[in-house]
Design a protein around this ligand. Structure first.
Ligand code: HEM
Length: 558
């Protein structure tokens, strides 16, 4: 009998047959790898809500964080959820477990899909660099985000925020000297954060508040619209299948002439091209011995030049660092600000108290410096402003979940024993290479043992006596909140973001009043690349949060 070789079979098979054969081999490969893993099936968790998609449809199609918070109440700080074809994910909000996963960034890395997408868009950037490269890059970049440099950026923040106030006043007054106007506050918070971030990061003037035509702005906005997330089962399927395929195959697929991938590489070329142009100009200035700017890129170039040549960042690493910062920085802070203004509109009493604190700080500044601008050192001394921002970050963490994958066998310690249905309990969870672990950021921020019993209420008073800042053994870079992550990959821009949010809220509340609009139907917190505000039942309208705004009586003509 004749034996067929693979090379003889392939030319005779149709494309469909080959695809089916390839998919079957992949499925077996995945199921075999899964079978060899240490099982976590004993960990309690919700039943599958879909035989094929497991719990993914709950996690992706319901409001962002909603299911994770509900399951945490039911199953505790550690539970299991199902992904595609019965894949088991570990979801953790236990502080010790989070600390372990986040800190051991060599054992737990970003999921393949996210890593590839980030690499395609931004190049060898912070989130995807391997451990040594990441450490080297952070070492050079970190000082630019310290308090002493932020002090220099405050005038940039204030300048753009004052422009925002001016634009809003003109819009409200319109042609008819109107009293108030319904606006999409996200549109304005994202324009001001884009202008601030471009200017502070590399002195690029996006001119978003002026509606200026700008190539980079157009690309960033398009990218933002594209990242609106998985809103169909097909997209969800494609994302998770990409996760199951070997990395080399995924990278080959990304080279295919598919519209989405072509768009991503064009976007990358535009962003990095502009950043490279600016960098070349700045390097030229440095060579001529000119003093250079106070923006992050200038600081980075100067710090890099002082580094040991072996440890310097390459030009490509600098441009991808700056573009990542610009994109990561503006959308996150813009949504956080929009959520904060929404909370203030829902709580006029808090809005009034906070406005009084701000106006008093401005009066004090006027007395001591003859300018009604709050000095840098005073922002931290405004308890209500600080509490508002902390409570917004707690209730509305725009990065509401983070996925990590174990690249080696590991044991995850727990701060509280995990009780099993058998009556036994476990103090640590062994996991195998390949195990997906999701950090339940929304859930952690609502742990009653950390934040009190009324965790689901927006209550800024919980922060006022500073007790929450002093609990030992917790996680996060800011006030025991995990909204900015933890460990080596924690948000590099958290201080930047806080100061930016503080300046914007100070200027907005001293000039305007925010109310819920007529026919208010709520706001949906939608899970996309980050958590974004959208109109309930109208995802097509994109990121949007409508509020009624009016100019305060004594500010109308200033
Ligand atoms: C409210 C605003 C912000 C929130 C909630 C936020 C949240 C986060 C979180 C949770 C991470 C960790 C991601 C992970 O675990 O993989 C992160 C990383 C990062 N963030 Fe932010 N961020 C904010 C604003 C900013 C700003 C303003 C900048 C820059 C100016 C920035 C730049 C970055 C960068 C570069 C990383 C990657 C760090 C690394 O991998 O080493 N973020 N951010």
């Amino acid at each position: 009998m004749r034996t067929w070789t693979l090379l003889e079979i392939i030319p005779q098979a149709s494309f469909l047959q080959l695809t089916v054969a390839f998919a079957t081999v992949c499925c077996f490969h995945v199921l075999y790898a899964r079978h060899k893993r240490i099982s976590i099936s004993y960990v309690p968790g919700p039943e599958k809500s879909d035989p094929f998609f497991g719990n993914l449809t709950d996690l992706y199609f319901k409001e962002a964080g909603e299911s994770q918070i509900r399951w945490q109440e039911e199953y505790g700080q550690v539970f299991k959820v199902y992904g595609l074809l019965g894949e088991e994910y570990l979801m953790i909000s236990d502080p010790k477990a989070i600390q372990h996963v986040y800190t051991n960034s060599h054992s737990f890395v970003l999921q393949k899909h996210t890593r590839n997408l980030l690499r395609m868009l931004f190049g060898p950037t912070l989130g995807v660099a391997d451990v040594d490269d990441h450490r080297r890059q952070r070492r050079v970049m970190q000082p630019a985000f310290g308090f002493s440099h932020l002090r220099n950026l405050l005038p940039v923040f204030i300048r753009h925020t004052q422009k925002l106030v001016q634009v809003l006043k003109q819009e409200i007054a319109g042609d008819s000297d109107r009293q108030s106007l319904k606006i999409d506050v996200y549109d304005y918070t994202s324009r001001v954060t884009l202008d601030i971030t471009g200017d502070a990061a590399f002195e690029h003037q996006f001119g978003a508040l002026d509606n200026k035509q700008d190539k980079l702005k157009a690309v960033m906005r398009k990218l933002e619209a594209q990242s609106l997330g998985n809103d169909s089962k097909y997209q969800l399927f494609a994302t998770f299948v990409a996760e199951l395929l070997p990395e080399t195959i995924t990278q080959m697929i990304h080279q295919l002439p598919i519209k989405k991938y072509k768009y991503i590489s064009q976007t990358r070329d535009t962003i990095t091209g502009i950043a490279a142009e600016v960098m070349a100009e700045k390097q030229d200035e440095m060579k001529k011995g000119l003093e250079g700017g106070k923006d992050l890129m200038s600081l980075l170039l100067r710090a890099n030049a002082r580094e040991d040549p072996q440890r310097r960042m390459s030009d490509e690493e600098i441009t991808s660092g700056i573009t990542t910062i610009t994109f990561a920085g503006y959308t996150t802070t813009a949504s956080t600000l929009a959520f904060a203004l929404w909370e203030l509109a829902k709580n006029p009493e808090i809005q009034g108290r906070l406005r009084e604190e701000i106006l008093q700080a401005k009066r004090d500044a006027l007395k001591s410096t003859s300018i009604d601008e709050i000095p840098f050192s005073h922002y931290e001394k405004m308890p209500l402003l600080t509490a508002l921002i902390k409570e917004t970050l707690r209730i509305h963490p725009v990065v509401f979940t983070r996925a990590r994958q174990a690249v080696e066998d590991e044991v995850i310690p727990l701060s509280e024993p995990l009780k099993l249905p058998s009556g036994n309990s476990m103090t640590e969870i062994p996991v195998s290479k390949g195990q997906n672990v999701w950090i339940n950021i929304s859930g952690y921020n609502r742990l009653p043992r950390v934040f009190g019993n009324n965790v689901h209420d927006f209550d800024i008073d919980r922060w006022l006596d500073n007790k929450l800042d002093d609990i030992p053994g917790l996680v996060g870079v800011y006030s025991n909140l995990i909204s900015f992550g933890h460990g080596p990959h924690a948000c590099i821009g958290w201080r930047f973001s806080l100061l930016e949010a503080q300046t914007v809220i100070v200027e907005l509340l001293s000039n305007f009043e925010f109310r819920l609009p007529e026919n208010y139907k709520g706001v949906r917190r939608t899970g996309a690349a980050t958590m974004i505000p959208t109109i309930p039942g109208d995802r097509g309208a994109g990121t949007r949060l409508d509020l009624e705004i009016s100019t305060l009586p004594d500010c109308k003509h200033s």
